[in-house]
Ligand binder design. Structure first.
Ligand code: ADP
Ligand code: MG
Length: 684
């Protein structure tokens, strides 16, 4: 291939090497051995191949409506072929009376079968192919330079002619091949490109998917195993006065079973001498904060400082306030550091941190700045981690000579398959239990023209002494548009709920953090009954007296966001309600999301649905991690393959963490050869 074409291949498809070409897998295969009789064509069929005589061709229409029509007849009937583009070129290929095979997506026009822009070639009875023909993706640009799907297939074929077996050595251990009934590696690559039967093709794909997932799982299991065996971690080997006193005397409630279990896991981790790197998944309202506090007390009992990072200023403030109150009887110095901390105050705090007189630090991103240095940080907790980037979390490590223990708490549950892949190098705790007495939030979908009734319902709740949220989306490109629609909404709410009978707080992105905080506070203290807000209150805010949440333009929110928002109500003993307002015009996906919200309160179920609807690439917090770039495997469809790959990988790493046994040598070599080629990165 000349340098120009080669260049185009690089630019258009990212194909630089033989290896890249080998991994440019066909996206489907045409079964050249099967022809459909015209009489059997029906709307349930998708792509079909037909063989027959070309009886007649004609052009029809004028100018841009011009098209080429041809009719292909087999023993059972006639099918119409249509072209709108490249008429002259196609027409020259077609000879009336000759035999052709055509392939394309079947459609029906006025009840008659039709193929638009089919692939067509002369039928040669002596060269009946006995295989499936691979179909490769290409781009318009490549096609115009003679590098469409077919020519690319030819390249792959040529590659296989010069590719010795040794270039594609087996990388899976024999035992795994046997257990998983998997085909060999070379055969699998051959089989996915040039299968001889649909069965061979399916086997090849399964093997390659398994390999992808298995290799990833082995990497993760080894990272975990290495941390468990080799990392150094600060030792929290005693449960001391702080923990015990708080637990016995100041804990405002009995911990749930799930909270106790997670605490035990944290204690085991931190007493191991190795570094803890744990992901705590808990549904909204499952009580992660108190777990964080107890863990921070544990750190202090062992002479170490602890910090808790929140994604927003409001949340950090709220944590600071809540935790200060809980700690009031304990005399344990706690401070808050955020972007809005005044210079003098900041200087003072930084000094106190370094000399160790501040024991617990709450904050936002400001905590990970270089200037924030601790005397001896032993535990870093990241709350609602979806908002923190991988790189930011990594900077926590640098805050002590021995890296601190890290506990990452998620905003919403992560779908199981995602947790297994994107976060698989962390140990995972799940809190799937809500504190006792919580009622599920009753969720309904209402159309905009029912707003009056919704507001009347809300008034009923306010009259009972409850409080309510009205949430507006933050979606438009322009902050100005968002602001204006929020203002219109605010005026509407105000018209329904006039002062001085009712008071309304409003919080939005244009306010300074002082104003936001003041408005929040008025709502928290019950001075205002209604909170009108954009999504800034999304995460973490805790007002147990609030029992109604109205979400405007609910179709514009993602599932996990809706679930987060809804989690702001149903925190007290009262029955709570969530009303999803939309216009009647909805996309199918939006409809699905709303249906799901009305059907369940479980964040774990919602997370699974979210993954199904949006696909793994779009789930917040994993987009940048790069760890979901599987070529073939699909986390939604290939759950069972993933499960198998994970359990085999874990067993293997447990038995032979350094991959030293004879059967594991080639796996190890393969992993070494791939070092630096995959975008795995530490989560924290
Ligand atoms: P999240 O997991 O969403 O961060 P929080 O930690 O904010 O949840 O807890 C939600 C609410 O539940 C808080 O008001 C908290 O005091 C309360 N809570 C937490 N644990 C318990 C428990 N074991 N029993 C009763 N209430 C609890
Ligand atoms: Mg929380």
């Amino acid at each position: 291939m000349g340098p120009q074409k080669a260049d185009l291949l690089k630019k258009e498809l990212g194909i630089f090497t033989f290896g890249d070409l080998l991994h440019h897998f066909p996206y489907r295969h045409i079964d050249k051995t099967r022809f459909s009789p015209v009489i059997d064509l029906n709307p349930t069929l998708d792509y079909v191949q037909v063989r027959g005589f070309l009886t007649y061709k004609e052009t029809a229409g004028e100018k841009s409506g011009r098209r080429l029509l041809a009719y292909l007849r087999d023993e059972t009937g006639t099918i119409e072929l249509t072209w709108f583009k490249g008429l002259n070129w196609v027409e020259k290929l077609l000879r009336e009376g000759a035999q052709y095979t055509v392939f394309g997506k079947l459609s029906f026009f006025m009840g008659k079968p039709q193929l638009v822009h089919p692939e067509i070639e002369p039928y040669n009875p002596d060269a009946v192919p006995n295989s499936l023909e691979p179909v490769y993706s290409s781009t318009e640009k490549l096609k115009s330079r003679g590098l469409g799907g077919r020519p690319i297939g030819k390249l792959v074929q040529a590659l296989f002619e010069i590719l010795p077996h040794e270039e594609l050595p087996e990388n899976l251990p024999d035992a795994i091949l046997e257990k998983g009934k998997l085909m060999g590696r070379y055969a699998a690559y051959r089989g996915i490109h040039f299968p001889r039967s649909p069965k061979e093709c399916a086997h090849a794909i399964r093997r390659l998917k398994f390999e992808e997932l298995f290799i990833a799982q082995v990497r993760l299991a080894r990272t975990r195993s290495e941390r468990h065996r080799l990392s150094r971690g600060v030792l929290f080997d005693q449960v001391g006065d702080l923990f015990n006193t708080f637990y016995k005397e100041h804990l405002p409630f009995e911990l749930t079973g799930a909270q106790k279990r997670v605490l035990k896991e944290i204690r085991t981790d931190t007493a191991s001498g190795h570094q803890m790197n744990r992901l705590l998944q808990g549904d909204v309202g499952s009580g992660k904060t108190i777990v964080a506090l107890l863990a921070m007390l544990l750190a202090n009992d062992n002479g170490y400082q602890a910090c808790l990072m929140a994604p927003t200023e409001i949340l950090a403030q709220q944590h600071y306030k809540g935790l200060s109150e809980l700690l009031a009887p304990m005399e344990l110095p706690i401070r808050i550091l955020t972007g809005s901390t005044k210079t003098a105050e900041r200087k003072k705090i930084l000094g106190e941190l370094l000399e160790g007189s501040v024991r617990i630090l709450i904050g936002t991103h400001a905590l990970i700045e270089e200037v924030v240095q601790f005397q001896n940080l032993g535990l870093a907790i990241v709350d609602e981690q979806h908002r923190f980037g991988v790189a930011q979390r990594a900077r926590l490590w640098k805050k002590a000579t021995v890296p601190p223990h890290v506990l990452v708490m998620t905003a919403t549950p992560i779908p199981r398959t995602l947790a297994m892949t994107a976060y698989g190098d962390l140990d995972c705790s799940v809190m799937d239990e809500l504190p006792p007495g919580r009622l599920p939030v009753h969720t309904v979908h209402r159309l905009d023209d029912q707003r009056t009734r919704v507001m009347e319902f809300m008034r009923g709740e306010l009259e009972k002494g409850r409080q309510a949220y009205v949430i507006f989306p933050l979606i438009e490109e322009s902050e100005k548009v968002d602001y204006e629609s929020l203002m219109v909404g605010y005026e509407n709410v105000k018209a329904f709920f006039p002062e001085p009978r009712y008071w309304i707080s409003m919080v939005h992105g244009r306010q300074t953090s002082e104003v936001k905080e003041a408005n929040m506070q008025r709502f928290v203290q019950g001075d205002t009954q209604i909170m009108v807000s954009t999504t800034v209150i999304e995460v973490g805010v805790n007002v147990p007296n609030a029992s109604v949440m109205v979400i405007e333009s609910a179709e514009k929110f993602g599932l996990s966001q809706l679930h987060q928002l809804r989690g702001r109500v149903g925190r007290g003993a009262e029955k709570s309600y969530c009303v999803l307002m939309t216009s009647p015009k909805l996309s199918n996906d939006a409809r699905e999301r709303l249906k799901m919200m009305c059907a369940t309160n479980s964040g774990f179920e919602i997370a699974e649905k979210d993954l199904e609807l949006r696909g793994p690439g779009e789930i917040e917090g994993t987009r940048q991690s790069g760890s979901l770039n599987f070529r073939l495997a699909d986390l939604v469809k290939d759950k069972t393959v993933l499960d198998a790959a994970k359990s085999y990988a874990e067993q293997l790493v447990e038995e032979d963490p350094e991959l030293e046994s004879a059967d594991h040598v080639r796996l190890k070599q393969y992993l070494l050869s791939q070092m630096g080629k995959t975008p795995w990165s530490r989560i924290s």
